[in-house]
Write a new protein. Sequence first.
Length: 444
Amino acid sequence: MKKLIVLVFACVVTYVCGAQKKWSLQDCIDYALANNITLLQNKLSSAQREIDVESSKAALLPNVNFNTNQSVSYRPFSETTTSLTNGSMTSTSAQVNYNGNYGVSAAWTVWNGNRNRDNIKASEMNRQLAELQVEQTANSIQEQIMQLYIQILYQREAVVVDSEIVKQAIIQRDRGNEMFSVGSIAKADVAQLEAQVTQDQYSLVRAKSQLDNYKLQLKQLLEIHENDDFDIVVPNVDDKDVLVTIPSRRAVYEAALNIRPEIQSNKLNIDAAKLEEKIAKAGYLPTVSMNASISSSNSSGRGTNFGKQIKKNWSNSAGVTISVPIFDQKQTKSAIAKAKLNTQNSELELMGTQKRLYSEIENYWLDATTAQQQYISAKSNVTSMQESYNLVSEQFRLGLKNIVELTTGKNNLLSAQQQMLQSKYTALYNLSMLRFYEGQEIKL
């Protein structure tokens, strides 16, 4: 009984801990890469391309087929039946006759301008493109997770700031009521303090709602559909993480050119287009194929058994076919022209992708640089605004400052805090993206 109680307690603890699990950034990435539907579909597509490769390799082999034909004839009112078999007239009085034919045939394309082997190369390229698409999707998912994770972290701190603002507003309202009771301030000032509490509470509710919305977006991205509360691990982030040295944009770009799957896909598309040109040009070349067959037959009413008939009627054949294209209504010429245009288009797509890649990296670099500078300034500004607000609050308590000055000081402090949070997480996000494009794992 004691063991049973311990087991039940362990199960309850496991369930509660599982329901309250907090997700780290790496947890989110690992789970998404294992469960995202789009990514799983891309992996299935890659597996299909692998089957296509095997099919194209099998096209080098000959086709072998077995054929048979069995027929029965029934002549109920005929006393004598005459049939021609292998050039001989045969008469029989049987009302039911049957005939059988048996054969094995083979055909093999010996050479068709090397198109069959080039088709294998094309299938291999399509498989590699499918694998690169899997990588692109995985990268996109990780980038989206990082963006939402950063937004959740930012919004969590924004909720803390707004909560503190509400506390201060309530304290100021209560202090205002005390001052009104002794005649230090007017009723209008008390009403304004009450309105400020309501406004700050509304801002807090809106911040919490936005936080829940970001969490919901992250859950949906992870393909999590349970109704359990979802929360993330809050990492320890200090100034050294925010103000870390920013890598050179040129170094990041050169590294990205060698590892980013979208660049590799474009390069592979160019190779595939050039291969299509080669395949199209093979339309001008002849095709050589070989064929062979063996066959035999049997029929009733011959006076000999099945084995003797099969042996007697045994036939072998073999042949070579050469097909030389002379005029194909310019189909080959048109195919070559289209393939060349496709090659040029693929080259332009590579140039466009390279430009977009550099633009993305440059934007990350500029945003990271700006955010670091803003963070240094905003942090100093928060310290100044906090000291100023504390001084104004004390002076308001003593009746030396009015409600307008108090509200202005609070708004300045709130604005400074928001600027510091925004610059902090903007720097963290863009630094992470630069490292990710450089080939490092995505992390804070």
